[in-house]
Design a binder for this molecule. Sequence first.
Ligand code: ZN
Length: 250
Amino acid sequence: MGSTCANINMNTDEIRQLQSYIDQSRRIVFFGGAGVSTESGIPDFRSVDGLYHQKYTYPPERIISHSFMLDQPEDFFAFYRDRMLYLDAQPNAAHRKLAELESAGRLAAVVTQNIDGLHQAAGCRNVLELHGSVWRNYCMDCHKDYAIRIITESTGIPRCPCGGMIRPDVVLYEEALDPDVMRRSERYIREADLLIVGGTSLSVYPAAGLTRLYHGPLILINRSETPQDGQASLLIRDSIGEVLAQIRPS
Ligand code: ZN
């Protein structure tokens, strides 16, 4: 708890400003990335470490691609089961506070680049998943839906009784975002009265371009620099969970 106390003292002014923005808003949109989930113990797979190269012949960006899934499905699913699934992860303070803000009638939507379902696990209802979800899976031939068990309780290539390959409903490299999710995200962001961006480097397009649709006050909460730091009305260089934990929902 010692470090938390030090943090509160350090950020009192920023937290007070953030609270004031939130208190004045009724249509907040939160736009988040991998940094929101790292605090739940889910690593950003883009932060490649040496272990990847020792264990896997290809970089993760190559394995988690549409063509690789079709060309080398056994290797794709081996990596996917090993590195992309964190099914025991629990929502952290950021997920919980956003769910509280939604219940309090302040938050209109969460737009996320994460595929782990932790916002919903925290009780958030209006979650727009730009990159899909590991919890949904479907047959590529007959389009039957499958729960996550079909992936975790199988080995090799998961197969539908129809013979088709079952794939996760996540957006792989080389694949387009779901146009309906994209349209709804754009609408929420355009109509927001406060946009809070957290845990994302704002470097992955087209998701990163979403912020350009918005012209109101922009709050940026991220541990490291982003290309849009200069546009922020309030910039907080800190852990998204520790920051949001200090906010009162109403
Ligand atoms: Zn099928």
